[in-house]
Ligand binder design. Structure first.
Ligand code: ACO
Length: 385
């Protein structure tokens, strides 16, 4: 019999912490300084000067586009927003109560069946599929939401950019420039973040030489979980549960005593303030003042103060999910769409990593360290109790 148990020195990293699983030039995180760059450009500069479309181009193609290339990319994104008729019909038939992340998973898989580039494995074909997925996800989310709310669907407006068009399809009216800009920044901040769980899920699927659509569906499934993208909607639920800033201290103390996690805090890589949360906090503050409704921001800031005081020494700080919900709330985005909106933004990061990794592909196949018994005799069913 061969060796069933590992002998000698083994390296085991729970949750793959610190394991380098790929080479990448897409983004980098400095978890101690709280810095994030996309293709070398600081996230703060992209938030200030770029657009989601331009940032997507940067992530996918490795450099900022020329004016001409950006126009071509934007045009392509706008042209590919419409859903296949069958998918539209299906969205109308789906039950109104599943979590919209489940709807997104189903609809992205469904749309792939009608993708005219489905059979094209060349780089151009894959890029076309990628742009189509990025362009269609907002339409899926908005269509489903309008349908489940008993409202007429609003077709995409080719005059509007990616962020503004989503708000338009969701609400049935064009957002003002400021709202569109704030939402655009939120999308930029969520567009990419290295080998997080959902991106890694996409890469694992793609590494078997499956297709890009299957990889994105895997990623959507991984993003849904409350330890990842699903945290943002739970943050607002928590703020509602707390009710007012003066109750935050008691809530956090009880939660920590009962070993419950405070959603929107902590990160595998950041051991300091997440730079994306810093920008989103400014917008949350701005919108709370603009609408003269400071309830959520005041509770949020109080929780932040307590958490940093109690757990800052452990490296627990607000992450991207903590303030995004307050921003989305003021943009009129329903709570259960927060995570689908995250998926809408992150789809480009997923695709960029899949394209990069599969250029020099090797199937992902880690091992588990076997800790079970080495030999157990088979016991016939009649003799088992
Ligand atoms: N609240 C309270 N304590 C926390 C939190 C939190 N949010 N996050 C981590 N801790 C504590 C843990 O209890 C643990 O303490 P211990 O060492 O005394 O046991 C320590 O910090 C380390 O926690 P791990 O779970 O080992 O950290 P890990 O890197 O595995 O997990 C994660 C990171 C999942 C993000 C975690 O911080 C968490 O659960 N946060 C809440 C959910 C959340 O906000 N997720 C969104 C993350 S950002 C994103 O995915 C977009």
């Amino acid at each position: 019999m061969g060796v069933l148990k590992d002998t000698g020195q083994i390296e085991y990293s729970r949750g793959l912490e610190g394991v380098i699983a790929a080479l990448s030039s897409i983004s980098a995180i400095d978890g101690t300084q709280g810095k994030l760059i996309y293709r070398g450009i600081p996230i703060e500069a992209l938030a200030k000067y770029s657009t989601y479309e331009e940032t997507s181009y940067l992530l996918l193609y490795g450099e900022l586009p020329t004016k001409e290339n950006l126009e071509k990319f934007e045009r392509e994104m706008r042209e590919l927003r419409n859903l296949p008729e069958k998918v539209e019909e299906c969205l109308k038939e789906l039950p109104p109560d599943p979590h919209p992340m489940d709807i997104l998973k189903v609809a992205v898989a469904h749309a792939a069946l009608y993708d005219p580039d489905r059979q094209r494995a060349c780089r151009e074909g894959v890029m076309r599929k990628v742009i189509r997925i990025i362009a269609q996800i907002p339409t899926i989310i908005a269509y489903y939401h309008r349908t489940r709310s008993g409202k007429e669907v609003v077709p995409p407006d080719p005059e509007l950019g990616h962020a503004a068009n989503f708000l338009y399809m969701l609400h049935g009216k064009r957002p003002d420039e400021e709202e569109a800009k704030i939402f655009d920044v939120a999308l930029i901040l969520h567009a990419e973040h290295g080998l997080n769980a959902s991106t890694f899920a996409a890469m694992v699927t793609a590494s078997t030489l499956s297709d890009i659509n299957s990889a994105i569906v895997s990623a959507i499934g991984a993003l849904k979980g409350p330890l990842h993208g699903g945290a943002n909607e739970r943050v607002l639920k928590m703020l509602d549960e707390i009710g007012s800033a003066d109750k935050a201290e008691e809530y956090v103390h009880n939660a920590l005593k009962e070993k419950r996690r405070i959603m929107g805090f902590g990160h595998r890589v950041y051991k300091t303030y997440d730079p994306r949360a810093r920008i989103l906090k400014e917008y949350a503050e701005y919108l709370s003042n603009k609408y003269n409704d400071r309830k959520y921001i005041e509770i949020g800031e109080k929780i932040e103060e307590i958490m940093i005081r109690e757990l800052g020494k452990k490296g627990i700080f607000p992450n991207v999910d903590f303030y995004s919900g307050i921003v989305y709330h003021f943009l009129g985005i329903p709570r259960d769409l927060f995570t689908p909106v995250f998926a809408m933004a992150r789809s480009v990061g997923w695709a960029a990593h899949v394209c990069e990794y599969t250029q020099n592909n090797r199937i992902f196949r880690p091992r588990a360290y076997y800790i079970g018994p080495e030999y157990v005799e088979y016991n016939p069913i009649e003799q088992r109790r």
